[in-house]
Design a protein around this ligand. Structure first.
Ligand SMILES: [Zn+2]
Length: 131
């Protein structure tokens, strides 16, 4: 098999958080870097040795915004937070946090945990009390 054949797929990633209740990512067999972003090669060292791995369920918000006008799937959830999360142990994911009304609730540095849900997308919950 060629080294450029992807070790996994977007479908497998989505199936992971929707069905298996785990976040899947990839670990570089050469340098150990962990990513949540699918690719043919490691973004750190360029090696084409990415292997499927399980991401940690916890992480830290690096950016976030409040969504007040939602798509049909989320219309009953608005407003909610849309966040970018650095996952503990490696990987960066975007997801959403239900029940958020103000941006300060999802400020950078706050801790979150992946919360499996029947809703689409990757749902997180805040780990500390609100502001
Ligand atoms: Zn690497």
């Amino acid at each position: 098999m060629s080294g450029s054949v992807p070790p996994s797929s977007i479908a497998a990633f989505v199936a992971g958080y929707e069905n298996d209740r785990t976040l899947r990512g990839w670990r570089c067999g050469a340098c150990g870097a962990v990513t949540a972003t699918w690719g043919l090669a490691c973004s750190r060292c360029g090696a084409q040795r990415l292997e499927g791995t399980r991401l940690e369920p916890t992480g830290t918000i690096v950016a976030g915004t409040v969504v007040a006008v939602a798509s049909d799937e989320f219309v009953n959830d608005a407003p909610y937070g849309y966040v970018l999360v650095d996952v503990d142990g490696g990987g960066r994911l975007s997801g959403w946090v239900p029940g958020v009304r103000e941006a300060r609730e999802i400020r950078a540095g706050r801790r979150v945990r992946f919360r499996p849900s029947y809703k689409p997308g990757i749902q997180f919950e805040l780990l500390e009390p609100g502001p």
